[in-house]
Design a binder for this molecule. Structure first.
Ligand code: SAH
Length: 212
């Protein structure tokens, strides 16, 4: 399968109307065949701006939020080259990141999902992604520090290990909360952290210490 999608273009146009302004992000959305990341029964909904189930009680994120989180990485003061993603899931967000950044590392706790996502990266010829089956609360310290870390599941509290794996000036994008979740954009400045609350979001929980 090639990295090109006619329907992806209409999704990009829709996201532009919803307020996504980065041309780089919109181009990546336009080129990515989202149906590849969905089970057969849901492929017909691939270009709707909604989260959808991908099995194992997990979801593929809403395209708007994938685009918004990616845009926040591009708006970072530091030029982002190396990104760590926590919660590979379907691999859709991973595929978008791989088109925009030099090196992408992604950690997933559910082996079956990780396996499927890895196959999809190969199908799309995205070879700058490394994946790991493990607990994302711990990050992936041996590959860090990272210019940015993006977490695609909601954390009850801040995962301290992730802060430590950021470069100075690096950015952590993370949904925080349980019932009421807010997307946080945290920038590391020396020993200090600057936090901006972006908007209300709805993610599956970031599960601690239970690898399956
Ligand atoms: N960006 C993904 C979102 C998947 S949902 C997509 O669009 O497809 C969030 C993912 O985080 C799930 O696959 C879930 O299994 C994973 N997850 C939850 N807790 C985790 C943890 N502690 N470590 C790694 N992955 C985790």
């Amino acid at each position: 399968m090639r990295l090109t999608s006619r329907k992806g273009e209409s999704l990009a146009q829709l996201l532009h109307k919803e307020g996504i302004s980065s041309a780089k992000v919109l181009t990546a959305i336009a080129k990515t065949p989202r149906e590849l990341f969905l089970p057969d029964a849901l492929k017909h909904k691939a270009y709707q701006n909604t989260a959808l189930p991908i099995g194992q009680g997990q979801t593929i994120s809403q395209p708007y939020i994938v685009a918004r989180m990616t845009e926040l990485l591009l708006e970072s003061d530091n030029q982002v080259q190396t990104v760590l993603e926590i919660g590979t899931g379907s691999g859709y967000q991973t595929a978008i990141l791989a088109q925009l950044f030099t090196n992408v590392y992604s950690v997933e706790r559910i082996k079956t999902l990780q396996f499927q996502a890895k196959r999809r990266m190969n199908q799309l010829d995205l070879h700058n992604v490394k994946m790991k089956h493990g607990d994302g609360w711990l990050g992936w310290s041996s590959k860090g520090p990272y210019d940015a870390i993006i977490v695609t599941a909601a954390a009850k509290s801040m995962p301290k290990e992730l802060y430590q794996q950021l470069n100075d000036g690096g950015r952590l994008i993370i949904p925080v909360g349980e019932e009421n979740q807010q997307l946080h954009c945290i920038t590391k400045r020396g020993d200090e952290f600057e936090t901006k609350i972006i908007e209300a979001v709805r993610f599956v929980p970031l599960v601690a210490g239970d690898i399956i």
